[in-house]
Ligand binder design. Structure first.
Ligand code: GRF
Length: 192
């Protein structure tokens, strides 16, 4: 079985990246994490990736200022260098241009911490509690030019419990994310 070469793009902690790296150690997993790329040189996730022997790269967005496409061209050449076939956004905190999205049409997925189309954008757990929803969760979707939008691959629902605060709810959602993201990448790598 030829495993698909996946890049995981991060900006921070990288716990979903860890779940993907661990899933990809299984002999029958259809994707390999060929590189982890961060736009932030300080991203914690880089340390874990290195310790796991995964190639890492930093493409810092700051020198590019407001020129998003120039940043993305640098990112794109890093992905090409590693012969990437699937792009997996895992807490990657950059808004992507239509140009970059079109390079990866149908081959780039994102995980968002809400049951889309509810709560796109930031602070999803706080907003879910404020709205009084009883069910919250996470969504893996293909990336389209519209932020936090695009065909849904998988969702996980978790209850919002009495007494939950942002942190307890976030932790419950994160545990669900670590289950569904490896499953979603498996399906995409299998062209399902
Ligand atoms: C996750 O909650 C994910 O849904 C969102 O950013 C968070 C990243 O967490 N896009 P981590 O860096 O994977 O721990």
């Amino acid at each position: 079985m030829a495993r698909k070469r996946a890049a995981v793009l991060i900006s921070g902690r990288g716990s979903n990246m860890v779940a993907l790296i661990e899933a990809a150690t299984a002999a029958d997993y259809p994707a390999e994490i060929a590189v982890v790329v961060s736009n932030d040189p300080q991203a914690k996730g880089l340390d874990f990736a290195k310790s796991a022997g995964i190639p890492t790269a930093v493409v810092d967005h700051k020198p590019f200022g407001k020129n998003r496409e120039a940043f993305e061209r640098a990112l794109q050449s890093e992905l090409e260098k590693h012969r990437i076939e699937i792009v997996v956004l895992a807490g990657f905190m950059r808004i992507l241009t239509a140009w970059f999205v079109s390079q990866w049409d149908g081959r780039m997925i994102n995980i968002h911490p809400s049951l889309l189309p509810s709560f796109p954008g930031l602070h999803t757990h706080r907003r879910a509690i404020e709205e009084g929803v009883k069910v919250h969760g996470s969504t893996v979707h293909f990336v389209t030019p519209a932020l936090d939008h695009g065909p849904i691959v998988i969702q996980a629902a978790v209850p919002v419990l009495p007494g939950d605060d942002e942190d307890s709810l976030a932790a419950r959602v994160l545990r669900a994310e670590h289950r569904i993201y490896p499953q979603a990448v498996r399906w995409v790598a299998e062209d399902r």
